[in-house]
Design a binder for this molecule. Structure first.
Ligand code: NAD
Length: 388
């Protein structure tokens, strides 16, 4: 289906950037918010992004004018009625999302697509309040959406292949890379990343190892652009705590961080946003000892284990799992490529040891055992039994 006119509901951090990238691709965009202040800030953010693109020579003056002319901001949601696709980006609360989707379902023509930018709420539950669950899909941008190339396209229980195809085509049209993800708590990138972070947090907390040493060991041992402690400080430890607890509720103890984040937040340490976090700015270079190296290994093996679980559950294709970690989390290469570089036999042996010493969550997954036996690569998609 052709998507020419796009609505964005919620003109906050995500909505503003989504509106900009969509208009940049030549679409008409209507941005709708209940708060005039948010609309004013969205206008300012879009102007800033357009000016920056002009300065960097990515747009010429005429194209920038045309881009600005394609975006309308308003508090009148009836103008959304003509949209082919509406992307909802209001706050992360199910009741709020369902109120918006009920309204959109009543306003939009049959056949129009309804998308949510939720970071982790159930697309199926959101879709359930509409009369068109087959046309409801997750289009999950990463922050800052003007820059980040990855978009997870989330399939709810009743999302049709046609809706997924249309959502993916739209994502490509606006210059982003779609990765198709079957709905699960945390979706794909956040699920793998938070599992990896939780593994190193719990090891660090039980051994008392210096967080800066763990981060340095993670940088030395693999493809992540920053360690788990710097990343937690960057995201904000209050936000991080919500996400970690939600995933621990959903998946159980393998997502526990042994109270690491809660202890920080209880002492008013929220990360970079208040200048107090795991890491002390300007500290001397840490010494990487055995405990730091172990925490770093747990980080990467946790990511590999979670990636293999996503493969087993059919959440995403193996090559897409790696692509998503590169484009959504900035890894130089993905966890499966990292494991392949080390060799399936080596990773299998480490997982077996950890299953005995750290917990059965590391019990090797069937694909890993098969690849260790047949000498093939985890990323080899020419697998006749892709679900295993
Ligand atoms: P935000 O708080 O910056 O913006 C939300 C906006 O929604 C506000 O301007 C608010 O006035 C508006 N709003 C609330 N109710 C509304 C309604 N009924 N109709 C129209 N507008 C309404 O939030 P955000 O950070 O942009 O997040 C939006 C969504 O994107 C959330 O689901 C969030 O989980 C998801 N997300 C956020 C990030 C991130 O890093 N911020 C990343 C990926 C996904």
């Amino acid at each position: 289906m052709e998507i020419d006119t796009v609505g964005v509901v919620g003109a906050g951090v995500m909505g503003s950037d989504i509106a900009f990238v969509t208009a940049r691709a030549g679409k008409q965009v209507v941005v709708c918010d209940v708060a005039q202040e948010a609309l004013d800030q969205a206008d300012a953010r879009i102007a800033h992004l357009t000016d920056r693109a002009l300065e960097r020579g990515r747009l010429d003056a005429a194209t920038a004018d045309a881009l600005r002319g394609r975006i309308t901001t308003t508090d009148d949601d009836t103008v959304l009625a003509d949209c082919d696709l509406v992307i909802e980006a209001v706050g992360e609360r199910m009741d709020l999302k369902r109120t918006v989707f009920r309204r959109l379902d009543a306003l939009l023509a049959p056949g129009a697509l309804l998308a949510s930018n939720t970071s982790g709420l159930s697309i199926s539950e959101i879709a359930g309040c509409t009369a068109r669950p087959e046309s409801v899909v997750g289009i999950h941008f990463f922050n800052p959406a003007a820059v980040m190339r990855l978009v997870e396209v989330i399939e709810g229980d009743r999302t049709t292949p046609g809706t997924l195809d249309a959502a993916e085509a739209f994502v490509r049209e606006i210059g982003k890379t779609p990765v198709r993800v079957r709905e699960c708590p945390g979706f794909l990138v956040n699920r793998i990343l938070v599992r990896a972070m939780a593994e190193s947090y719990r090891h660090a907390t039980t051994t008392g190892v210096d967080p800066a040493a763990v981060d340095a060991a993670v940088a030395a041992a693999g493809p992540a652009p920053m360690g788990p402690f710097a990343l937690g400080d960057l995201i904000g430890l209050d936000t991080m705590g919500h996400v970690q607890r939600d995933l621990e509720d959903a998946y159980g103890e393998r997502f526990t961080d042994a109270g690491t984040i809660t202890a920080q937040v209880a002492h008013g340490r929220l990360g970079r946003k208040n200048g107090l976090g795991f890491l002390a700015p300007g500290a001397a270079d840490p010494v990487i000892g055995d405990d730091a190296r172990t925490a770093a290994e747990r980080y990467y093996l946790g990511a590999v284990d979670e990636a293999l679980r996503c493969d087993e559950e059919g959440i995403a294709a193996r090559s897409d799992i790696d692509t998503a970690m590169c484009l959504g989390a900035g890894w130089e290469h993905g966890p499966l490529a990292w494991a392949d570089a080390a060799g399936a036999t080596q990773i299998l042996a480490r997982m077996q040891e950890l299953a005995e010493t750290a917990g059965t969550r590391f019990t090797p997954k069937a694909l890993l055992a098969r690849r260790a036996a047949d000498g093939g690569a985890l990323l080899d998609d020419a697998d006749l039994d892709p679900g295993s």
